[in-house]
Design a protein around this ligand. Structure first.
Ligand code: SAM
Ligand code: SF4
Length: 335
């Protein structure tokens, strides 16, 4: 690994060794909590990063101490040159991970293996085909489900990401946890978060506390074991005693975990974002294209990073949906 330089520290002494790169703004699903109902304005093609630019930016980050890169989107597997991007990134001294909705995964199994990418976050919010259509507005459940089975069988390290929505899929919490009884899976329940155009309100978010209450009621509190979280983990991890897999909750809304944040995000059009909830971005791609060093741009992004959720540090400021309207929608940030 490269020796960490001072560049990736923010003013709260957090070191950012984890780069999340969004490869594309387009998606083949329309998850209602992510894609605004009015659609999104796509960036012009020429303002999106090419595969060479993705590599060059990632290389600079790795040189300064990034040792984990996650590819996301939109739907990253829609990118025609996904295999080529993977091949180039695999030459860097960093572990690779992928977040995907799984629709196209079967096409890329060999590319993932060749690049040594083992960690897949597989987004699946329901185990019910009808609810899948209601949540994603696309009839792709069978394909997604069969690709999930395939990657588990192929031995990838799979985490299922499920965004829980009140009165929609919260009744499936136990069904999801039952998948971990005999399979080495991790199910991560994500609290529904506010972004531009996703009609968020706090009452639709299923909280960490209510998830745990339901699980303890079903299995008995003594059966629910709190696991040690990995350093910088955004999830609070648990397992049911005797089960092969585990489950976790990502509680950004009710219990933020900013103290240990080590993430920095690059959008598909080359803007650097220091927080999911910040509407301030630094234009890394323009700097790269104009031939100047991108390091000062990285430094600026990190120095501007706030201690907690882009400065929305009280429940009152965070829960005011208007404050999120100038932020990008999740599909254009990359999760
Ligand atoms: N298309 C890929 C996928 O769905 O996995 C990658 C991009 S998606 C934006 C990344 C993650 O963000 C997904 O796990 C998705 O469930 C999550 N996400 C999107 N909108 C969200 C929201 N409003 N609240 C919480 N999680 C959200
Ligand atoms: Fe697409 Fe992923 Fe957003 Fe769903 S969550 S609309 S799959 S980008």
């Amino acid at each position: 690994m490269s020796t960490p330089s001072g560049l990736l520290y923010d003013s709260h002494q957090r070191f950012h060794n984890y780069l999340r790169i969004s490869l594309i703004e387009k998606c083949n699903l329309r998850c209602t909590y992510c894609m605004p109902s009015a659609g999104i304005q796509l960036s012009p093609k020429e303002s999106l990063m090419t595969s060479d630019e993705v590599y060059e930016i990632a290389r600079v980050f790795v040189q300064h101490g990034v040792d984990k890169i996650r590819l996301t989107g939109g739907e990253p597997l829609l990118r025609k040159d996904f295999g080529a991007i993977l091949d180039r990134l695999s030459t860097l001294d960093a572990s690779l991970a992928l977040t995907t909705n799984g629709v196209l995964l079967d096409r890329y199994i060999d590319d993932l293996k060749r690049a040594g990418l083992r960690k897949i976050n597989f987004s699946l919010d329901t185990l019910n085909p009808e609810s899948f259509n209601t949540i994603t507005l696309r009839d792709q459940f069978d394909r997604v489900h069969s690709n999930l089975q395939r990657v588990i069988k192929e031995g990838f390290d799979v985490k299922i990401n499920a965004v829980l929505l009140k009165n929609q899929n919260e009744e499936e919490i136990i069904d999801f946890i039952e998948l971990t009884r005999s399979q080495p899976l991790s199910i991560r329940f994500i609290e529904f978060m506010p972004f531009q155009g996703n009609a968020w309100d706090q009452s639709k978010t299923v909280s960490l506390a209510s998830i745990l209450k339901r699980v303890e009621h079903f299995y008995g509190a003594a059966q629910v074991e709190r696991l040690q979280d990995a350093p910088n983990d955004t999830a609070k991890n648990y397992k049911i005693r005797g089960f092969k897999g585990s489950f976790a909750v990502i509680s950004t809304v009710t219990n933020p975990f900013c103290d240990s944040c080590n993430r920095i995000r690059l959008t598909a059009n080359g803007k650097l974002r220091n927080c999911l909830f910040s509407d301030k971005e630094q234009d890394l791609l323009s700097a790269l294209r104009s031939g100047v060093s991108i390091e000062p741009v990285i430094q600026k992004a990190l120095q501007l990073k706030k201690a907690v959720r882009a400065g929305l540090d009280s429940p009152e400021t965070f829960e005011d949906y208007h404050t999120h309207q100038s932020n990008r929608s999740m599909i254009k940030i990359g999760g």
